[in-house]
Design a binder for this molecule. Structure first.
Ligand code: SF4
Length: 437
């Protein structure tokens, strides 16, 4: 039985799914199996639940549902996601083709299972999904079919069989108050489970904002003493993929990076991969031209909203948020919040529930914008002045963006606190702020 103070529901993980019976097959894998016309006795069905083998992933992938052309396209996409030259696509394909499978233990603490939903969410099996699925997800509380002692035995067996050879994925925050009683699994505190599994993991990947820094359970000084994974595993390799939820494409790319280069991607001081969290959303946003032109949504459903104008005045936090949402997108890369018409809430940033709220209140000053030009001034039509300032703005924006990024990178060799300071550095006061909104 899993008992969590924060979970939306208390549920038994003793359910079995479909035809899984008492097997260790994850539910989503069974779902795919049911969709395919491949007989259940086919080799593909033997893939799931296998341990680390010499068998390459690609052979398994191609042997099932994905053409080589599609796989190469996926590899090129991964190169783009990792901000690598296109030529790396072939190298990624070769690396993944010959890579052994990696056991994964996925633990859930104080969470809403949103990242698990993101992990499973796809309208049809995608290559990324298959690559993740082809990992040996030996333990996942929400989706595994095994229950009770058998589930615990699976987790223990993986840790024993692959010391420093498995990936630990943690979803949800870890409560420390009152000896961690606010989240227990099988009678054990979640804290003890993360410490134990993280001790000998190849790496730990914290998915979602709660696992990043405590997230919602720690917002406003939450009562459970929630912390993120890094606080619990000092000195260990911890990759943070914050977001509410994280983008599964970034999880895929992180693993593909390891398969290709035998090391995890470079991160900032907060443990976030630079390929995914190295740029401001504002600098990648498809509505940026409207921001520059002073064309803003002023009310939900107004003309600006219908025309896809900038959401800055509706509270968009894109100008202060580092993430690749505009390029990676969600739901099979079809959309992301700003494209759908809602401002960014800054969910990839530290303590965003407290620091980025109220979510519908505009930022006072936009980092990256020229110090002496506010959005209101642009909006008021000082375009004549802005014409002259455009070059200044472009230069200032670039310099300031570079400066902030450099601070983060420089701080990455220092301490997380230093990086947080760099990210939170107050902007110089604007010369004048309009009163609109
Ligand atoms: Fe896009 Fe938001 Fe920046 Fe406007 S303020 S350009 S909507 S990120």
């Amino acid at each position: 039985m899993r008992e969590c103070a924060f979970a939306h529901r208390r549920y038994k993980r003793h359910a079995t799914f479909g035809t899984a019976g008492t097997s260790m097959l994850p539910r989503h894998t069974l779902r795919y199996a049911e969709r395919t016309t491949t007989p259940r006795s086919s080799p593909r069905m033997t893939v799931v639940g296998m341990k680390l083998t010499d068998e390459g992933i690609l052979s398994q992938v191609l042997g099932s549902r994905v053409s080589r052309r599609t796989f190469l396209k996926f590899s090129a996409g991964m190169a783009a996601t990792l901000a690598l030259p296109a030529a790396y696509g072939a190298r990624i394909a070769r690396a993944v083709e010959g890579a052994p499978r990696i056991p994964v233990i996925w633990l859930e603490g104080q969470d809403c299972a949103g990242n698990t939903e993101g992990f499973l969410r796809a309208s049809h099996p995608s290559v990324a999904e298959i690559v993740l699925d082809t990992l040996s997800v030996d333990y996942h509380e929400t989706i595994m079919a095994a229950a009770g002692d058998a589930a615990e035995a699976s987790r223990k067996a993986t840790m024993d069989a692959y010391p420093n050879g498995y990936i630990l994925v943690v979803e949800g925050s870890i409560p420390l108050n009152d000896d961690g009683v606010y989240c227990t699994v099988g009678g054990r505190t979640f804290e003890s489970m993360v410490r134990e599994a993280g001790e000998n993991a190849l790496a730990t990947i914290a998915v979602g904002s709660c696992a990043f820094d405590g997230g919602l359970p720690m917002a406003g000084g939450g009562p459970t003493g929630a912390v993120g994974v890094r606080d619990l595993l000092p000195g260990k390799t911890v990759i943070n993929l914050p977001g509410c939820p994280m983008n599964v494409q970034n999880l895929t790319a992180t693993i593909v990076h390891y398969l290709t280069f035998k090391e995890f991607p470079a991160t900032d001081a907060l443990g976030r991969p630079l390929f995914a969290y190295g740029q401001l959303i504002h600098d990648q946003c498809e509505r940026r031209a409207h921001y520059e032109s002073g064309e803003y949504v002023l009310a939900w459903g107004d003309e600006g909203a219908r025309k896809g104008w900038c959401l800055y005045k509706m509270g968009c936090k894109g100008p202060e948020t580092y993430a690749n949402c505009p390029t990676a997108r969600f739901n099979d890369s079809t959309s992301w919040p700003v494209k759908a018409g809602h401002g960014c809430v800054g969910c990839t940033m530290p303590n965003f529930w407290d620091q980025m709220s109220p979510f519908y209140q505009r930022l006072p000053v936009v980092p990256g914008f020229a110090n002496d030009v506010t959005a209101d001034q642009v909006g008021l039509g000082l375009l004549g002045a802005v014409t002259g300032l455009t070059a200044v703005h472009a230069g200032a924006s670039y310099v300031r963006s570079r400066r902030q990024r450099n601070q983060v990178v420089a701080a990455s060799v220092a301490t997380p606190a230093a990086a947080a300071t760099a990210l939170d550095e107050p902007e110089p006061p604007a010369a004048e702020e309009g009163g609109e909104q």
